[in-house]
Write a protein that binds this ligand. Structure first.
Ligand code: SAH
Length: 256
């Protein structure tokens, strides 16, 4: 029997935001290589005898080298195993999913990508922010605050588009991002919202303005993983929780 790899998006955190395809792949997996943003409740969909290999890049542990992850996926699949590579959010949004697809293609391993709900979208929705709105903007920009080669992102050019910016991995550098966007001409009064642990029981969020972004982020103690939404649509943010965890919405009881 030939093995295969499913590159699966685990969504932003709430297990009910998994896709049916993600659950199906997890139920078939012999091996699950999972990122550290993926919670226990999601891993519970794997078979009890599946081998779970944490390959996270955070959490105080030394990061797992990308080549190790790629080699392990390939070798397990070549041994005939069903491998699930479980990644936070969507596998092809800021998650090195593209590199993993290339490695699998180069090794001749059959694979399939299963979309997940990306955290930028989930974080906006968690606050009731529509990322597009025909009266306010005709698109949205998903951008990382943590470039591989710093200085690559032209924040001034992004500021001039007038589109809402959905910034991943940006809280650690929010002073810098705030400064560059304002230098680029984005008004200090532009609404901004920051959501940490979106869709999880400990979700926290703040609503502010660009000119106070860094000050309010630091004051609230909000840290990674967080999404910042900067643009007129952020004015529509509701139910921001400040320092408190947001109440978890009532769970739907779906059969497993
Ligand atoms: N592939 C993922 C992104 C991986 S990069 C996706 O599509 O969502 C990791 C970054 O994603 C974090 O630094 C943070 O900016 C964001 N992130 C992931 N999960 C999050 C969550 N539950 N709440 C807020 N931000 C989250």
């Amino acid at each position: 029997m030939s093995g295969r790899v499913y590159l699966v998006g685990a969504g932003p955190g709430d297990p009910e935001l998994l896709t049916l395809k993600a659950v199906k792949a997890l139920k078939q997996a012999d091996v699950v290589l999972c990122d550290d943003l993926v919670g226990e409740e999601i891993l519970a969909y794997a078979r009890p005898n599946a081998r779970i290999v944490p390959v996270g890049k955070r959490g105080g542990c030394k990061s797992t080298p990308q080549e190790f992850i790629e080699r392990l996926m390939v070798s397990e699949a070549l041994r005939g195993r069903i491998v699930v590579r479980l990644k936070g959010g969507d596998p092809l949004i800021f998650g090195r999913g593209g590199e993993e697809c290339a490695a699998l293609r180069a090794a001749g391993v059959a694979f399939e990508v299963v979309n997940g709900i990306t955290s930028g979208l989930a974080a906006a929705t968690a606050l009731g922010i529509p990322l597009t709105h025909r009266d306010l903007c005709h698109g949205a920009i998903f951008v990382t605050g943590h470039e591989r080669h710093s200085g690559t992102t032209d924040w001034a050019a992004l500021a001039k588009t007038g589109l809402p910016l959905v910034i991943y991995m940006g809280v650690a550098r929010c002073e810098d991002i705030q400064g560059k966007l304002m230098e680029g001409g984005l008004a200090g009064a532009t609404p901004a919202a920051v959501v940490c642990n979106a869709t999880l029981a400990d979700q926290r969020s703040i609503a502010t303005r660009l000119e106070r972004l860094a000050e309010d982020v630091r004051g609230s103690g909000i840290g990674s993983p967080a999404i910042m939404v900067i643009g007129e649509v952020a004015r529509l943010a509701e139910n921001t929780s400040g320092n408190r965890a947001a109440p978890r919405p009532q769970a739907l009881h779906l059969p497993r």
